[in-house]
Design a binder for this molecule. Structure first.
Ligand code: COA
Length: 257
């Protein structure tokens, strides 16, 4: 048993399985810079666990896995920040992590939250899960992997529809289009994800790691290029007036509420 919590995350390891929890439920686990740094620290620590077989990634509280990148911080980010690929680099680390990562999703899973979930190997959703990429409504694109991971996962036609409309889908539709692997009652999400992790842990540890490495390598020959392209296009949008106005409108609406 080892533990390394941070102000933004909780980390537990039991029976060679880690449970990593995004822990800002009052802000719907929105991903701010502090959370990104915390997750990097947690992943650093998990790399030091040679016997680890899987990670279950979840959000604290019953309202959200993660409601996206922190919009107040996002509004202040400029082209240079976009090119630094802050969230993108973290999510790529999740995708490349040596053992399978399973997202256990309840409630909102939007924007950067959905991009984090699709960087995971597998997704278990509760009936309350709501997933989507609403970035265009804020004048930006989902530039932490959705433009290249989402088409791979659910097909180009469906990915185009979700990204262009910003529409949010419920758990049933998410399962139907392959955005999540399975749907269970909300109170069973963590247990179902852990059961999946245990099923994986039963197998040859090296075999599972190498199966992941092989599928990753074969599935994404042009990922470096796609990532650079996505960040460059986002850089243009991060400095646009439209993005500034739309994010300000979101923040003003919140302040009034
Ligand atoms: N960034 C920053 N803060 C966020 C956030 C985000 N992405 N999502 C939620 N929060 C904050 C809210 O501002 C609010 O803070 P406050 O209590 O200080 O006002 C708190 O979390 C609770 O959110 P609230 O909207 O009251 O909860 P809800 O359950 O009624 O609605 C959402 C949840 C997710 C539908 C709504 O918060 C929302 O639309 N969030 C933005 C989603 C989004 O566009 N994400 C993509 C970003 S790229």
């Amino acid at each position: 048993m080892s533990a390394e919590d941070t102000p933004r995350t909780l980390l537990r390891i039991e029976d060679r399985i880690a449970v990593l929890t995004l822990n800002a439920p009052e802000r719907r686990n929105a991903i701010d810079l502090e959370m990104v740094q915390a997750l990097h620290r947690n992943l650093d620590a998990l790399l030091e666990e040679p016997d680890l077989t899987a990670i279950v990634l979840t959000g604290a509280g019953d309202k959200a896995f993660a409601a996206g990148a922190d919009i107040a911080q996002l509004k202040e980010r400029n082209a240079r920040d976009a090119l630094a690929s802050i969230n993108s680099s973290l999510f790529k680390r999740v995708e490349d992590f040596p053992v399978p990562v399973i997202a256990a999703i309840r409630g909102w899973c939007l924007g950067g939250g959905c991009e984090l979930a699709i960087a995971c190997d597998l997704r278990v959703a509760g009936a309350s899960a709501r997933l989507g990429q609403p970035e265009v409504s804020l004048g930006i694109i989902p530039a932490a992997g959705a433009t290249y991971r989402l088409p791979r996962l659910i097909g180009l036609g469906r990915a185009r529809e979700l990204v262009y409309t910003g529409r949010i889908v419920d758990a049933t539709e998410a399962e139907r289009i392959g955005l999540v692997n399975r749907v269970v009652p909300d109170e069973e999400v963590l247990d179902a994800a852990l059961a999946l992790a245990r099923e994986i842990a039963h197998n040859g540890p090296l075999a599972v790691r190498l199966a992941k490495a092989s599928m990753n390598a074969l599935a994404r020959p042009n990922e470096q290029m796609a990532m650079a392209m996505e960040s460059s296009l986002q850089a243009v949008l991060f400095d646009s007036q439209d993005k500034h106005d739309r994010m300000q409108a979101f923040l003003d609406k919140r302040a009034k509420k």
